[in-house]
Design a protein around this ligand. Sequence first.
Ligand SMILES: [Zn+2]
Length: 313
Amino acid sequence: MRGNGKVRPETVGKILIVAMIALFACGAGTALAATGGAPTPSGSPPPPGSGSGAPSTAPSAGTLTLVAAETKPHKSFYFGYRYPKLNFTIGSPQPLNDIRIDVVTATGEIVRTFYRDDLAPNLPYTIRWDGTTAEGMPARNGKYSFRISPQIPAPAARKATASTTFSLGFTLYGYTFPILGAHDYGGSAGRFGASRSGHTHQGQDVMAACGLPLVAARGGRVQYSRYDGNAGNYIVIDGKGTPNDFAYMHLAEPSPLKEGETVRTGQPIGIVGDTGDAQGCHLHFEIWSAPGWYEGGSPFDPLPELMKWDKYS
Ligand SMILES: [Zn+2]
């Protein structure tokens, strides 16, 4: 809502192109940096992202410049530790300005919009995007940017300023690779569907040294955190925003996470081991379709997913 006494020019000011910054390159950060570097499980859900706000009923903005803008981190994970965050400061001859901040895909599709009314120039503002679309669904993997522009009411005005926006790029992923350290996918015996006595292998074995940290490929809710003679120490996570369950087996120690706890994408869930019926240190990893792990779903080959996550994690 607008305050009284606001200076309202007759026409919406033309926006100056000050910056078009594309920071699409993925940093060569370490795996720990990629997951936010959280040293211990937090057991708490991520704080909520910024609210969407509502468009002004009578949008107005002065001639905008971008005094400062920064997007951090450049790589984020859905339901993870650090949401994509935009810090920005506008310049304007007008004391109050109605701004919109769009989250835009690489092809220009707007997946989420934040409306901020009556922003003052030369003050810092922050937007934190929780990775959900306007419909509340997890956004797809990919490159995005924050786009800062005025709220323009008239189609003619919108057309005139269509290219005068400020973009700040980042990447959002739905999953991270679950092992923090060197690993390989072993031989055919470790593949999904490989023959076992009396059954077939329901997951993919990922060979890695005992003691390497394991993190949640996708956060959510801890469904099981137990010991079993075959699985050893294992944990099953009901993935937030997905119909799937994710199982991690043969952990060297019981997971520090308890059943029912919230776990974030990238949160430590234990360490690689060889407990239970395991030959050599490795992670046995399963993905189950809805409704989930031993509750009516079916396991499917997780290797294509693992290899995809491996590439960018
Ligand atoms: Zn296995």
